[in-house]
Design a protein. Structure first.
Length: 150
């Protein structure tokens, strides 16, 4: 393991602690109103079998966020729904500068053979923001990446 202590703290702060603190203060208001939705941004790398060797701290922090999401859903029910989105590879302009071989490797890691778009991720958030009967769930929007990992 080449990750430093600072790498671990940074991953936990960025991926978990920030969501915990936001949820803490939002939940107070939502519970008073007896309604609300908390949505977290996880990652397919936080799913138990999809972690990546070069992203150990990140994968572990996202796995912790998924556990936090499910546990918080139990704690805040029945008034507040808590869910997460776990995106896979989402197109970014930086991918255009990647060597073709690397870009193709990422694309071919999905069943749909393409990157997801930001709009597709936003549609998932919109669904979870309005789905009154869904709580404690992780919606994977990954183009079939996880199905190829099983």
């Amino acid at each position: 393991m080449e990750s430093t202590k600072e790498d671990w703290y940074a991953a936990l702060d960025d991926c978990l602690i920030s969501a915990v603190l936001c949820s803490k203060y939002a939940a107070k208001i939502m519970l008073k109103k007896k309604t609300g939705v908390i949505l977290n941004t996880a990652s397919v790398r936080g799913i138990s079998y999809a972690g990546r060797e070069g992203l150990i701290a990140y994968s572990a922090a996202k796995a912790a966020l998924i556990s936090f999401t499910k546990t918080l859903a139990k704690k805040l029910a029945p008034f507040v729904n808590v869910n997460a989105i776990a995106p896979g590879f989402v197109y970014k302009e930086m991918y255009d500068s990647f060597p073709n071989k690397l870009r193709d490797k990422l694309i071919n890691a999905t069943l749909l053979k393409r990157f997801n778009t930001v709009d597709e991720i936003a549609e998932g958030f919109l669904y979870l923001a309005t789905a009154k009967g869904v709580t404690g769930e992780v919606l994977c929007i990954d183009g079939g990446f996880l199905l190829k990992q099983e």
